[in-house]
Design a binder for this molecule. Sequence first.
Ligand code: ATP
Ligand code: MG
Length: 886
Amino acid sequence: MKTAEIKRRFLAHFEGAGHTVVPSAPLPAIADPNLLFINAGMVQFVPFFLGQRTPPYPRAASVQKCIRTPDIDEVGKTSRHGTFFQMNGNFSFGDYFKDGAIKLAWDLSTNPVDKGGFGLDPERIWATVYLDDDEAIEIWKKTGLPAERIVRRGKKDNFWSMGIPGPAGPCSELYYDRGPAYGKEGGPEVDEDRYLEFWNLVFMQYEITNVRSKEDFDIVGELPAKNIDTGMGLERIASILQGVDNLYEIDEVNPILSKAAEMTGKRYGQTVSKVAGESHPDDVRLRVIADHVRTALMVISDGVTPSNEGRGYVLRRILRRAIRSIRLLGWHEGPALPILLPIARDCMSPSYPEVAADFDRISTYAYGEEEAFLQTLKAGTTILDTAVTETRAASKTVLSGDKAFQLHDTYGFPIDLTLEIAAEQGLTVDEEGFRRLMAEQRTRAKADAKARKTGHADLSQFRAALEQGGPVEFTGYREVARESVVRSLLGAAAGGQGEEISLVLDATPFYAEGGGQMPDLGVITTGSGKAEVLDVQSPLPGLIVHRVKILEGEIRPGESAFAEIDTARRRAVSRAHTATHLIHQTMRNFLGESATQAGSLNAPGRLRFDFNTPGAVPQSVLHDVEQQVNEVLLRDLLVHAFVTSQEEARKLGAMALFGEKYGDEVRVVEVGDYARELCGGTHVERSSQLGLVKILSESSIGSGVRRVEALVGLDAFGHLAREHVLVSRLAELFRVPGDQVADRVEQTVAQLRDAERELEKLRTQLVLANAGGLADAAKDVHGVAYVGTEAPEGTSANEVRTLVQEIRGRIPAERPAVVAVAARAGGKASLVVGINAAAKSRGLSAGDLVKGALSGRGGGNADLAQGGGVPAAEAPTLLAAVERAL
Ligand code: ATP
Ligand code: MG
């Protein structure tokens, strides 16, 4: 049964049983700051389970796209873990419970294929349940599962919670026995490869509190409305129904794997064993390639592009691992993705037509990343070669951890590659040193990120602050100051003068950094003290935390407070934010719909806007964009924000990465009829308040992502005024009118270049003028005419070579001749040796002479060779060494 058909049957089964079919949320987990990618079907329903929102339907079913980054290292080594996979799920919100969930799962699994089911043999199904969940055991028995195939397991495996206070409960998993070829008998406790978990049923039954860890918490009591959340791995059930050994061999993945095997000339399935853990390393690599190529396709399709942080970095690692793996299997004929990605597209487009429709964009990013990585590999290899030579020259056999770290850190050169190349050269690598440096760097980065974002408070404090009074109201869209109450200080009982603390107000006009907009700054005053606001962050949705420094007195929780933002700063930031929307829309007008935002920064008076577009934006287009934006300012358009449903916003054509949870309300900001975008930021009231927008620069920040920087308002004016002064000054210096300065500079530069060339010619002539004299003065060394001399200080490398050739040419051809010229430049000495044909037939070689003098360093051939890099003072020694070798 094809994967697409399994998916169809799953949804049909549950739709038939009164479930509303809900589309998959996109892979990026936009609503949850602690999650990069959606990792389960229930994620988009969390607000229903937490009781934050009323579900519009009592039952739902979905096939959710998922990514589990922690499973990346399992790929190919187990039979059941993909990076990307699809989770079939059915959900009940206070509707049916254990009885219903078990029956629905059992029926679909065991109903015959011609009756719409999966036709699994009931004799091969096992179930696990939580230790004391006798209720579930009874239901399983009643359903027809004998007691010996029902296994009780502990909290680690069979109790589900989100790791925070709220709903939790036991779960029950369905396993399928694949038979003795896959491992030992004895049920899931004994072998999770033979007994394959394909479905997990979670019974949300309790409310928990005092969560100390995933397995350590207190149960408060039963939930008034009990919920069901299930997850069935689509790929896992497909591997069972298609009779293949693992999920890399199913119809949606196998064609990629086969192609990679064909490209590299590997025969997949080299071991007799069906157990993934016992596979040949080549088979594991082929699975990694297939999995990662498919994952990359789906991730880019959902709007993520390769970068150095967050989701983009996960994507980059996946792509690079795939590229690297195919190389390790012996593929060296240029880029591999142009061959593999179209196959992944054809595998996935029956279920996800958008990967075909959007393939141009998707492939541009993927291919661009491969090009860049191959470039990196090339550059890194050269640097590594040098390091290997140096290590050898110092008579060492271990490449330093420093070097390996530098290669990794600066050139993105993977450590496994460093190990491999070093090994080929007979060297080992100080891996321990490398790992220590990596660990140090990670600790530093973590500490930095944490200090920056949270002011050292940890997540549980934030959760407590949120629970204490519910979501904090942000009132800054309509007011710049307000009366409020200090709800809590984080990690402190009170704050005294001079201290820096974090505090939460019940309601605040302060905008927390977000959506690319810098936070508001300002002052908070209470009856007993006054504090300056240094930073404002929102570490959890609904929570706003002010980082403040206490200027006078002290600040205590529970006090009333007056919160007042710095309005000049707010206005300047808002101007930048509105300008960003205008530039975004205008870029799309000129470059097409695909020029979408990839990131932004809105600071007082200046902005940075990153967007997707394949190549550099031509200067003329930048100019037109700037012109159009400024025209929009003059139209004095009304800037208006309103809240509406997602469906409505989409209909209005608002620009956004759509697909936040269905039914969500969104805020739309429009600038007249010109630009319309989903946005939570603050803006000006009319476009004319921006005054002036000046684009400063455009540059690349990664393959397919460009960045423009611009100034807004008085900052833009100030910039233009300074440039004007600069041009006036140059005009004065060059004594021409302003509009001729550029031509004059061009002329002057050309003249200078000519003069330099003339000088160079004269110097060469001067050096060569000596050639005749030097040739005449050749010494006879054992029958060889030998000239050894030093070139005048500052002679260029080219000139030295010319000089050697010139002298050699002046010695009669029948006389064996060796010419050696040493030169000094920049504190280093270099050596060029040339010999003629007669000397060559006596067995001499210029290359050998240079290497002899420089203990192995140098390059060239038998006729002409050069080398260098030793201290300048050694120039005479080099010449002496050549002479001795004759
Ligand atoms: P395992 O122990 O096998 O890793 P899990 O306990 O992590 O599985 P759940 O979190 O219960 O899995 O997810 C529900 C279902 O999703 C599983 O029953 C399985 O069918 C599927 N699933 C989980 N992780 C993956 C993965 N990495 N690749 C494919 N399917 C998966
Ligand atoms: Mg798992």
